[in-house]
Design a binder for this molecule. Structure first.
Ligand code: GLU
Length: 398
């Protein structure tokens, strides 16, 4: 009998974090690794956010436990953002601030799911969705998008996958790992399916909302009838370069926000007080630093797209948001290096880490074994160097 719980035995280590740890380990051995595995902005947190956090420390007023759901002024500012930018009438009472978007999703899943419940995950999906459904003792049901449709799952596919046990659907838009963005019409078609089924919920992960090059960022909660059916997930890590600050949030109908609040009260008490003061500055000040970062990501997308086209055997969709490419590299599976066969995405990524000193993440962790994920949240110089190294290393395969 395992001494560990079935719960922990049912999940894998986070592949994104594991690959980042491997890259760090290579670096500590003096190897010049270019880390394109972790989805982490390479920019510094904007100064006004840092100043707000410093001021909070100096004032000495924020050293005690914050309210479990987050400071009232931060929740009010987030509600205002939703009302004015996303056209969703969330109030402070609908919002819970957590230790990153990942915890927001965990709170919601632990609060909503029971053994036997099914959660439809649009695949390719962000690594932790599957694990968090399993930790909640529910059953993940993967519905796959195709490369031809930019990996986006259609409303028809969703309809076919629904059963009497489906409790919720989760997806991200802009999508990690594919960079695809659902248009308003596509979201409306999904909403139409959801609204035909009583009690069915959507968990809409919008953490990349600012990094959207389409000009159409629709919150599914803003569509008619969807307020009651949606849990919106977001956070400060990507849009404000605040990964280490660990501030995420969710917005949902009050009964779900209350349940998530209760869960959080038992798990972590609240999000770090000082981080919340930084987050308040981020959400209430102008978005110029965010816009500057997004313009830079857009430029890098073009560079990486062009360089990927120059590598034979790699097939990539053209991402319209987030900062990832998710190319199909399966043409290389079955090839060999020094007598060792590259059988899958894991082998492909290990080969490139060892031979090209570039770290990437296997697509298997995101539900698509033919692909690998490349984060282009790195400098133009690093990206050019990384793509040149990848191209060279792949010529070694026979
Ligand atoms: N969300 C980022 C990624 O996908 C951060 C790592 C993680 O938490 O998985 O790389």
């Amino acid at each position: 009998m395992s001494r560990l719980s079935n719960r922990i035995e049912s999940i894998q280590e986070s592949a994104t974090l594991a690959m980042a740890a491997k890259a760090r380990e290579f670096k500590s051995r003096g190897i010049d690794v270019i880390n394109l595995s972790l989805g982490e902005p390479d920019f510094k947190t904007p100064q006004h956010i840092c100043d707000a956090a410093k001021k909070a420390i100096d004032e000495g007023k924020y050293f005690s436990y914050p309210p479990v759901a987050g400071y009232q002024d931060l929740r009010e500012a987030l509600a205002h953002k939703y009302q004015t930018e996303n056209h969703v009438p969330y109030k402070a009472e609908n919002i819970v601030v957590s230790n990153g978007a990942k915890q927001s999703i965990a709170n919601v899943m632990l609060a909503l799911l029971n053994p036997g419940d099914e959660v439809i995950i649009f695949s390719p999906y962000w690594v932790s969705y599957d694990a968090l459904v399993r930790l909640s003792e529910a059953t993940p049901v993967l519905v796959k998008g195709t490369l031809e449709n930019d990996f986006k799952v259609t409303a028809t596919q969703l309809e076919k996958a629904l059963t009497s046990k489906t409790k919720a659907i989760i997806f991200s838009s802009p999508c990690n790992p594919t960079g695809s963005v659902f248009s308003r019409q596509e979201l409306q078609a999904i909403a139409d399916v959801v609204l035909k089924h009583d009690n069915l919920l959507i968990i809409a992960d919008e953490i990349y909302e600012h990094i959207n090059f389409t000009g159409d960022q629709t919150s599914i909660a803003s569509l008619p009838g969807m307020f009651e059916r949606t849990i919106t997930i977001n956070g400060f890590a990507k849009g404000f370069a605040m990964t280490g600050w660990r501030v995420g949030y969710m917005a949902a109908p009050k009964w779900i926000a209350d349940a998530a609040n209760k869960m959080q009260g038992q798990l972590t008490s609240a999000n770090c007080s000082i981080s919340q003061r930084g987050a308040l500055a981020a959400i209430t000040c102008d978005l110029t630093p965010t816009r500057t970062m997004v313009a830079e990501y857009k430029k890098r997308r073009e560079i990486v797209y062009q360089l990927l086209q120059e590598i034979p055997g790699i097939q990539a969709n053209y991402p319209t948001g987030a900062f990832y490419f998710f190319p199909d590299v399966s043409a290389y599976y079955g090839r060999q290096f020094q007598g060792k066969t590259i059988a899958n995405g894991d082998d492909f990524c290990m080969f490139l880490l060892e031979q090209a000193h570039v770290s990437l993440v296997t697509g298997d962790a995101f539900g698509e074994p033919r692909c690998i994920r490349l984060s282009y949240a790195a400098s133009e110089k690093e990206l050019r160097e990384a793509l040149a190294r990848i191209k060279n290393a792949l010529t070694l395969l026979t």
